[in-house]
Design a protein around this ligand. Sequence first.
Ligand code: NAD
Length: 420
Amino acid sequence: MSSESKSGTGLSTLESVQHMVDTAANALDLTERERKVIQSPFREVRVELPVRMDDGHWEVFHGYRIQHDNTRGPFKGGIRYHPSVDEDEVTALAMLMTWKTAVVDVPFGGAKGGVNCDPSKMSKAEVQQITRQFVRRLGNIIGPEEDIPAPDVNTNPQVMAWIVDEYSSRSGYKPGVVTGKPIELGGTVGRIEATGRGCAWIAQQALTKLGMPFKDSRVAVQGFGNVGSHAAKVAAELGAKVLAVSDVNGGVYNSDGLNIDSLIEHSKRTGTVVEFDNAEQIDNDSLLCIDCDVLIPAALDKVVTAKNADRINAKVIVEGANAPTTVDADDILESKGITVVPDIVANAGGVTVSYFEWSQNMQHYYWKIDRVREELQAILLSALDEVWSRSERDGCSLRQAAFRVAIERVITAKRMRWMD
Ligand code: NAD
C-alpha cells in the first residue's frame, strides 16, 4: 500500500496510525517531549541495492529499515518485498510494531523493513542477491541485540536463512539475528501457526467475555493464507462453525460449516478455495457482510471501510490482518455495537512466538510445541484481559484501550531511562 493510498477518511496508513496514537496520547498525561518522540522514528535508513539480474543487466533496488523505538528491548519487525514499498508505509508498520510488542509485553521495540521489488517477476537467485546485499548495506544496525527482522509480505524462512548466513559470515553463527527461520536453522516449532491460532483463541475469549459460547458460533474468515487458514482450522477445532472463507480469487460458503481440513487440502491442490465441494461461491465483499458471530479479516489492510461498515453483520471482528479497518469505519462499527479486537492484540501471536524463537536462540535450548502453545495462549489472553478491562474502565474502544496500555508501557520505560 503506497503512501498515496488513502483510507476512507483521506488518511494515509501513516496518518491513520499517528491519528490513533494522538487520540490515545490525549487521554494520557504525556509531556510535549514524550508526545513528539513517540510520533517519529528513532532511525530511518534507506539503502541502494545494485543487483546483476540473471540476463546480465544491472538493477538498483531501494531498501528501507525504519527503527521506531527500542526503549523496552531490541527493535523488532518484518521485512517485506513488494513494488508498493515506500518510506511512509514502512514507517507506519514500524510504529505499529512498537505498540504491538508493548501491548503483549514482550521485551522488544518496533521496526519494519522493505525492499521495493516484485519477487513474483524475479528468480530465486535474484531474490537471494537482493537479500544478501540488503544485509551487507544494513551493517551493524541489525543484530540479535540490536534489531531483529522477520518474514513479512513475500519474504519467508528461506529469505531468513540467507540473512542468517550473510550476517553470520562476519559475526560468527548468530541465528538470533532474525526470527521466522527454518526449524533446521534455529527456528521454533509453532511459529507458522502462531498468528492464526492466536486469532482463534482471541475470538473464543472475546465471545466468552460477551457471554456467548464459542462452540457452534458462526465464523467467517477473509484470506486463506498463513493467518486465515490457521485461524479457520483452530476455530473449527475449538468447536466453531466456519461458515465462509475466501482468498484473492473469491470465497466459499456453507451455512452448516465448511470442512476446514478438506478445504486446506483442496486449496493446496488447486491453489484456491473456490470450487470447493459442498459450498456456495461468494465474493469477498459478501463474505465481509455475512451474518456471523466472528469475522476475521486476515488478508489485506483497509477492507472494512465507510462503504461497507454499515452492512457488517458480525458481533465481533478479530483483526488478523494489519490495519484492516479504516478510521471512519471504526466509528461506524462502534455505533453499531460491534466489538473490534484490534490488530495489535489480535495478530500478536506471530511476534510473541518470534520472541520465544529469539530467546531459544540466545539460550541454545529448544522448546517442545506444547510449551510454545501454552505460553503463547497465556500471553495473548492476558493482553486481551488487560485491554478489555482498560476499555471498560476508560469507556473507550478496545483499539483505544490497546494504544493506551502500549503507550503507557513505553513511556514508563522511557521515563526510567531519561535523565530529566
Ligand atoms: P499470506 O500471503 O499467507 O495470505 C494472504 C491471503 O489473503 C491469501 O489467501 C490471499 O489469496 C488473500 N488475499 C490477497 N488479496 C486478497 C483480496 N484482494 N481479497 C481477499 N483475499 C485476498 O499472508 P499472511 O501471512 O496470512 O498475512 C495476512 C495478513 O496478516 C497481512 O495483513 C499480514 O501483514 C498480517 N499478519 C501476518 C502475520 C503472520 O505471522 N503471517 C502476523 C501479523 C500480521
